[in-house]
Design a protein around this ligand. Structure first.
Ligand code: NAP
Length: 387
């Protein structure tokens, strides 16, 4: 199971908690110009799919695709980007070879994307579940990315050209998310949403983190997990769950972490720090005698989750129906909160978990989405290199 985890670099660090809540985002949504779908756009995927898979192992930062990008590189007017013009299943995605490189607002940087990660919210948004608050179509999907700064806005203070960064590009994923997302060669991001790429992590590893690790962190923070308390993570092998187990033990000082997964993933749960790995194909967690101070539900089992929480405890529900006293929250993007997690990532105390079927090359975004949407991914589904 170690194959899922990145290598660690010994170090020590401290972590001070910060509020996850941020003020309203300043939107910089210059109109997105996308070229018309070409009759052969599906063929681009099909042809490129035959071009072969990237190496399984994760490359070191110095040899990552964007490491060669010079700060002085001229930014083109057009770029390759995955786009959809209508809501639907993964077949609505098309590869556009001439999408407009997004304009850079004064508080934004332009990032040459080296790697991007998929999240279930990308698929739900593409399916039209958040139409009422979505940005207008056409959409370049993608929230998570890691890459190199190639241009900075006039008010940007923390970053300069050539900096390696990572982050979740829209502050509120469901409320007016950016029209021009991270599944593209370039993306424009407010500096406050970005952090330095953790030393020792490559772009694939860094891109796997932002949305999932911030969800894990904000879930545990809002649930009020304290040192010495116990936590149950429903969906411990997924993108969010795999990081929630690690943060609970390494950052929040949980005395006991339990998690659920299917049989083949129980060893992974243990390797992430779970003291108890519950095989949901054999046992109903809600029928077991143990009760927990905090339950994090990343599966949509809110009705069962409330049965195993101690009196006065908290149940954070990430998806599905909420049963009192459970509560729902939606992650927000915060670069300084990511910076505070960097020492844990740099020391190897918290490790990215990359699904072994990836990283998927840029040409295989449709296949990567289809895989994510099986609901069986282990850790994160990452896209790299780009393009
Ligand atoms: N509210 C928010 O801000 C927020 C933020 C992030 C994510 N979310 C939501 O949280 C959910 C999880 O996100 P994610 O990124 O972790 O998804 P994910 O990576 O796609 O989750 C896949 C994992 O779920 C596990 N799983 C499926 N059914 C399970 C069950 N009955 N019991 C235990 N594990 C089960 C699978 O393990 P097996 O193969 O072993 O079944 C698989 O490893 C999604 O619905 C997502 O939209 C919400």
């Amino acid at each position: 199971m170690q194959a899922f985890l990145s290598s660690s670099i010994p170090a020590t660090s401290s972590y001070s908690r910060s509020s996850s809540l941020l003020p309203q985002p300043a939107h910089h949504q210059a109109p997105l110009k996308i070229s018309a779908p070409a009759p052969g756009s599906r063929a681009i995927t099909a042809v490129a799919t035959r071009a072969g898979r990237p190496r399984r192992c994760i490359a070191a930062s110095a040899s990552s695709p964007a490491a060669a990008t010079k700060a002085t590189t001229e930014v083109p007017a057009q770029m390759k980007a995955w786009v959809y013009d209508a809501y639907g299943d993964a077949s609505v995605l098309r590869l556009d070879g001439a999408a407009t490189v997004p304009a850079v607002g004064e508080d934004q940087v332009l990032v040459k994307v080296a790697a991007a990660a998929l999240n279930p919210v990308d698929a739900k948004r593409r399916a039209g579940k958040f139409q009422a608050t979505d940005s207008p179509l056409p959409t370049v999907p993608g929230y998570d990315m890691a890459g190199v700064v190639v241009k900075v806005g006039s008010q940007v203070k923390s970053f300069k050209e050539g900096d390696e960064v990572y982050g979740m590009i829209s502050e509120k994923p469901l409320e007016g998310p950016k029209q021009s997302g991270s599944l593209a060669e370039y993306t424009a991001v407010e500096e406050k949403l970005l952090a330095r790429k953790p030393a020792g992590l490559d772009f694939v590893q860094a891109a796997s983190l932002p949305l999932a690790v911030q969800t894990a962190n904000q879930g545990l923070e809002r649930a009020g997990l304290g040192a010495g308390q116990s936590v149950l993570v429903l969906g411990g092998a997924g993108g969010v769950g795999s990081l929630t187990i690690q943060l609970a033990k390494q950052v929040y000082g949980a005395s006991k972490a339990a998690a659920t997964a299917s049989t083949a993933k129980l060893d992974l749960l243990k390797s992430l720090g779970a003291d108890v790995a519950i095989d949901y194909t054999k046992e109903n967690f809600e029928d077991l005698p143990e009760k927990y101070d905090v339950v994090i539900d990343a599966v949509g089992q809110g009705d069962k989750a409330v049965k195993v929480v101690k009196e006065g405890g908290s149940v954070a529900v990430l998806t599905g129906a909420v049963t009192p006293p459970g509560f729902r929250f939606v992650v927000t993007s915060n670069g300084s909160a990511l910076e505070k997690l960097n020492p844990y990532l740099e020391s190897g105390k918290v490790k990215p978990v990359i699904d072994p079927k990836g990283p998927f090359p840029f040409s295989q975004v449709v296949e990567a989405f289809s895989y994510l949407e099986t609901g069986r991914a282990t850790g994160k589904v990452v896209i790299s290199p780009i393009p």
